[in-house]
Design a binder for this molecule. Structure first.
Ligand SMILES: [Zn+2]
Length: 387
């Protein structure tokens, strides 16, 4: 690539990200049409690409874009990203949907999480389309809705449909262009405590459900959390549990007969999900009734896997210096590829987690521009002729 081509690509990815940020897709309420139109228009100008909308409703479009190499059959690699964002929220000093560029950063909701990553792999895809004779196999890009609440109408639906196969998946969530090869899992549970109502003036005649729940919340903090914190994983840190919500009582002068509490248990790739659920049930030990509302599996792709090794080499070449290898402490759609469909998966994107979901969200433009080269070179490495 010549210097002027590189300059054009830099302007292209920043311009595309601005267009994506200026097409709000906050979730809730969940309506990705405007942002997906930007994606569709961009891909529509890429020669030879097949675009399919597999979303469940018009408000929740989901694009699958397929590009075949010109050098023959080979591996299939997937690029994935979610186009929804959390709502803008309060506390901004910039326009949340303005795409302002200042001091080497591009500002706006989704700049880091993760329209920046999507812009990066879309531009890489266009460049790869222009160089089809250099690679074999197939590249499939997924731009999905609905990741923020858990992926039910997006990646989960897509991967469970059975229509997706691949030899490797690259999810463009924020990693600061480090290679993340692991992700924590999560287990959300509701615990309902029962008591007996009585008049507030005679509490001794009742059985206070809020007190039961409060004692349980403290017990979680004092006994279970320290136990879990002893379990560590080299890439994603410690296992944990935290009480998220508590709701009980109807009036000040009524002894409450019910209190409902929710907990958030984060699971390491080295832990077994079934053991984690039964461990929590045993800890509750009949004090309340537990229901598991959400179970998201953790995953880890081995350090020696060809996908991880190629990604580390490519980022080293593009960025120079030692590339950190890490893991995602939160959760993402990557689990549907890795744990759900059994596809070797890494997370690599120009955004950073400290920018996700915060006011004045932004992305480093230097990392954004580098992400295009990382995605392009990684695809060429994985799909080079002879693979
Ligand atoms: Zn995200």
């Amino acid at each position: 690539m010549t210097v002027s081509e590189a300059h054009a690509a830099a302007g292209e990815v920043a311009g595309l990200l601005q267009a994506l940020v200026c097409a709000p897709s906050p979730n809730p309420p969940g309506d990705e049409r405007a942002a997906m139109t930007v994606v569709r228009d961009y891909l529509g100008r890429v020669p030879g690409i097949e675009i399919e909308d597999v979303g469940v409703t018009p408000e929740r479009p989901m694009l699958v874009a397929t590009l075949h190499g010109g050098a023959g059959p080979g591996r299939t690699i997937l690029f994935g990203g979610h186009i929804d964002t959390v709502p803008a929220g309060d506390g901004w000093t910039r326009e949340p949907f303005g795409g302002e560029i200042s001091a080497g950063r591009l500002f706006g909701r989704g700049a880091s999480d993760m329209k920046g990553g999507i812009a990066g792999f879309l531009v890489a895809l266009r460049q790869l389309a222009a160089r089809r004779s250099e690679w074999c196999g197939t590249i499939v890009a997924h731009v999905v809705p609905d990741e923020e609440p858990g992926g039910q109408l997006g990646a989960e639906l897509l991967l469970k449909s059975g229509r997706i196969t691949g030899d490797a998946a690259i999810i463009a969530e924020p990693s600061g262009l480090a290679v993340f090869r692991a992700q924590k899992g999560n287990l959300f549970a509701t615990v309902t405590f029962e008591g007996r109502s009585a008049h507030g003036s005679t509490p001794e005649l009742g059985d206070n459900a809020v007190s039961h729940a409060a004692r349980f919340a403290l017990d979680v903090e004092q006994r279970l959390a320290p136990l879990l914190a002893q379990r560590r994983h080299e890439l994603v840190g410690r296992a944990s549990i935290s009480v998220g919500t508590i709701r009980g009582g109807v009036r000040t002068n009524v002894v409450p007969d019910e209190c409902v509490l929710t907990v958030d248990r984060r699971v390491l790739p080295s832990e077994d999900l079934e053991q984690a659920t039964s461990e929590l049930s045993r800890f509750i030990d009949g004090r309340g009734v537990v229901t598991f509302d959400h179970i998201g599996a953790a995953f880890e792709t081995p350090a020696e896997h060809w996908l991880v090794q190629a990604a580390v080499d490519v980022v080293n070449e593009v960025r120079g210096g030692e590339v950190p290898v890490g893991g995602l402490v939160g959760s993402s759609d990557a689990r549907f590829y890795a744990a759900g469909a059994g596809i070797p998966t890494i997370i690599i994107g120009p955004g950073t987690m400290d920018q996700a979901h915060v006011p004045d969200e932004s992305v480093d433009i230097d990392l954004l521009i580098s992400s295009v080269a990382v995605y392009r070179e990684l695809a060429l490495r994985l799909l080079g002729a002879g693979r």
